[in-house]
Design a protein around this ligand. Structure first.
Ligand code: ZN
Length: 281
């Protein structure tokens, strides 16, 4: 009985600490996060230079990461970027994260995996652009956390429709090589890189006890593995635990080191993007 009381008391303490951390974080970023921002504060800002749109997916991430990992990571990154940009005089607002991604055959049968078609994604993006342009905000950075989301075609279409509106997009995991930061060579989905970054930002949302090894099967056609040609992978035939790449060597420290390299580059891009009149001047 006494042991039970001790366990309950320490669980309550952990929960209180967790809630406090969450509340602190929400308050810290409420200037840049439209989800919690108030009009009373937003209306005092003379000019917002650009908006960031975090875009993820809703899909299983091995057995140990949340379904909406791709959106959670880009949200966390976007808040840090917005805060760092503000210190350089650039006002950025982070829009609500979009958890609607493109999925592969073999994934859609997994419970609660949601496939959003290109048309749906285009409708969402067009509505965001059409709204922002009424507000004098004509620059948007889509920060994608999901490799299956392909924005280039949509951005080109919108460049024709709205020539005075500029959209860029990036993928936090793709522009700095993993080598030197992570040990696993094959790491594509819910592996060492993504798990490390989640352990860095959201340790309480990762359950390493559930993690599978992320073993995967390659295509039987060599050219597809060598990227001579592309076809979507059939997830049911590719992986058993929905992961592609082993997450077991992931640590929060590796995630922190990687983000320390990634973040300044995104911040610099955002400041340049905000301050330049157009992409060529
Ligand atoms: Zn992911």
């Amino acid at each position: 009985m006494r042991d039970l009381m001790l366990v309950l008391r320490s669980t309550r303490r952990e929960l209180q600490a967790y809630n406090l951390k969450q509340i602190n974080q929400i308050q810290m970023y409420s200037k840049y996060d439209i989800t919690t921002a108030k009009w009373g504060n937003v209306s005092k800002v003379k000019q917002y230079h650009l908006a960031i749109l975090p875009w993820g997916s809703t899909e299983p991430h091995n057995r140990h990461l949340p379904y909406c990992t791709d959106m959670l990571t880009v949200q966390a990154i976007a808040f840090e970027v917005a805060e760092a940009a503000a210190k350089q005089g650039v006002n950025v607002m982070v829009l609500p994260g979009i958890p609607l991604g493109s999925q592969n055959p073999g994934q859609i049968q997994l419970p609660f995996c949601i496939h959003a078609t290109q048309q749906t994604q285009m409708c969402v993006l067009r509505d965001v652009v059409n709204s922002l342009k009424h507000q004098g905000i004509n620059k948007l950075l889509i920060m994608s956390g999901h490799g299956g989301n392909i924005f280039k075609g949509m951005i080109r279409d919108l460049a024709m429709e709205e020539p005075s509106f500029t959209i860029c997009h990036n993928e936090w995991f793709a522009f700095i090589p993993r080598a030197g930061f992570f040990e696993e060579k094959d790491d594509d989905h819910a592996g060492e890189q993504e798990t490390s970054v989640m352990l860095h930002y959201y340790p309480e949302l990762v359950d390493m006890k559930l993690a599978g090894e992320g073993k995967f099967k390659r295509f039987a056609i060599e050219g597809l593995n060598k990227k001579v040609a592309w076809a979507p992978r059939d997830w049911a035939k590719t992986t058993q635990d929905t992961g592609v790449g082993n997450p077991l060597k992931a640590t929060a420290a590796k995630g922190a080191a990687y983000m320390k390299a990634v973040l300044p580059q995104i911040v610099k891009f955002v400041v340049d993007f905000a301050k330049k009149k157009d992409l060529y001047d």
